[in-house]
Design a protein around this ligand. Structure first.
Ligand code: F6R
Ligand code: MG
Ligand code: MG
Length: 366
């Protein structure tokens, strides 16, 4: 039996700014999923990270299934009605279109999905990040799947010695999916050359080269490419199978201790360090810092275990202190230089208009 793991995620409104969804909103999404789950889903788990709500579910219908996407779309729509009624901020923000058209891709919600042949023991991780964009996973996943300095399994485990295949998407191209496949270790310089540009090239999925099995699926949509303008950052989700032929859970988590700088933070227009946080973490300092949460699961015939919170450990407390320090440091230089994103990536167009006006006032002299 093949199992599909799908996660669909949207920001449909939150309390007090872009902080977190209300309990009432979460309950509405949960109720809507529960009401429509019969005959479609094997299991599901509803959670939030910052202002985003994610519907993680298992089923046997494969990826991009119309009924599964509609179920999530309907839940987000129902939630939006509740969010609007309660006056939550940004109600329905990520639902860019009014009508569902077969698939949530291009409609606003982020989606990551994998159809797998379950192993006897099937552990996987579900990551959700807020106040950042899909390129945020480029570095940690490159290090976890291609660098033995982070993933010791690449040299210690015969099951992993052949390395991994990366599918990388050019998110700036919107007419079709524009994807390249590159393999590690032979092509790591090419992979790195692409992944350094986190706003253009994003990991879409990763496969084991020993078995051909898929081990990672990421959401790659960028709302500004869909909407033609920025409507918010694209707070990405990811699914990663772990152990055995894949990196161990701890190897996938290891690179998150860097707290690397990513695009996002206040107004989706800055650079800030990605802080690995406990599940259900809210947003705070400077509408950030960018956060990532991780829930580990085991599944059996699609049935989910309870989640284990991978960043809820004393080790990560120390990391969070360091990352908080990095966040304060880069914020000390305010708008200047690399702390703010280049024009092409700014979520707000105001400064561009301002510069056009100012440009008219420049005078030429020798
Ligand atoms: C970033 C984000 C927030 C808002 C900021 C201003 O993705 O959601 O940082 O950009 O709170 O929000 P508005 O413009 O809605 O007042
Ligand atoms: Mg938001
Ligand atoms: Mg968000």
């Amino acid at each position: 039996m093949k199992t599909t793991i799908s996660v669909l995620k949207a920001d449909i409104g939150s309390i007090g700014g872009h902080i977190k969804p209300s309990q009432e909103l979460l309950a509405e999404v949960r109720n809507s999923v529960a009401a429509n789950a019969k005959g479609l889903l094997i299991d599901y788990y509803i959670s939030f990270t910052g202002d985003d709500i994610a519907i993680l579910c298992t089923h046997t219908r494969g990826v991009n299934d119309e009924k599964i996407h509609k179920l999530a779309w309907d839940a987000f729509r129902a939630g939006t009605t509740v969010a609007k009624k309660a006056g939550l901020y940004g109600a329905g923000q990520d639902l860019l279109k009014d009508a569902f058209s077969g698939n949530v891709r291009g409609l606003g919600p982020a989606v990551a999905e994998m159809e797998i042949e379950e192993r006897e023991n099937e552990p996987f991780l579900f990551f959700a990040a807020d106040k950042t964009d899909p390129g945020a996973y480029n570095l940690p996943f490159y290090l976890a799947f291609a660098d033995p300095m982070y993933c010791s399994g690449l040299i210690l485990s015969p099951k992993m010695s052949q390395g991994f295949k990366f599918r990388i998407i050019d998110v700036s191209y919107t007419e079709k999916n524009k994807i390249i496949e590159l393999v590690a270790p032979e092509e790591i310089y090419d992979i790195a050359a692409l992944l350094r540009d986190t706003e253009k090239y994003v990991i879409e999925s990763i496969y084991s080269r020993s078995t051909g099995n898929q081990c990672a699926a990421l959401s790659t949509q960028r709302l500004h490419n869909i909407a033609g303008k920025y409507t918010g950052k694209d707070d990405p989700v990811a699914l990663v199978r772990v152990q055995g032929e894949f990196p161990a859970t701890g190897e996938v988590l290891a690179p998150f201790n860097i707290g690397h700088y990513v695009a996002g933070f206040m107004r989706g227009s800055h650079i800030g360090p990605l802080m690995p946080c406990k599940l259900q973490t809210t947003i705070s300092y400077f509408d950030g810092p960018p956060v990532v949460t991780g829930a580990a699961f085991s599944i059996k015939e699609g049935k989910l275990s309870e989640p284990a919170d991978v960043f809820d450990h004393p080790y990560w407390e120390a990391i969070r202190m360091q990352v908080a320090h990095k966040a304060s440091e880069i914020r000390r230089q305010g708008f200047c230089g690399p702390s703010m994103l280049p024009f092409s990536e700014l979520e707000y167009g105001g400064v561009v208009e301002k510069l056009k006006e100012l440009d008219k006032k420049f005078k030429f002299s020798d």
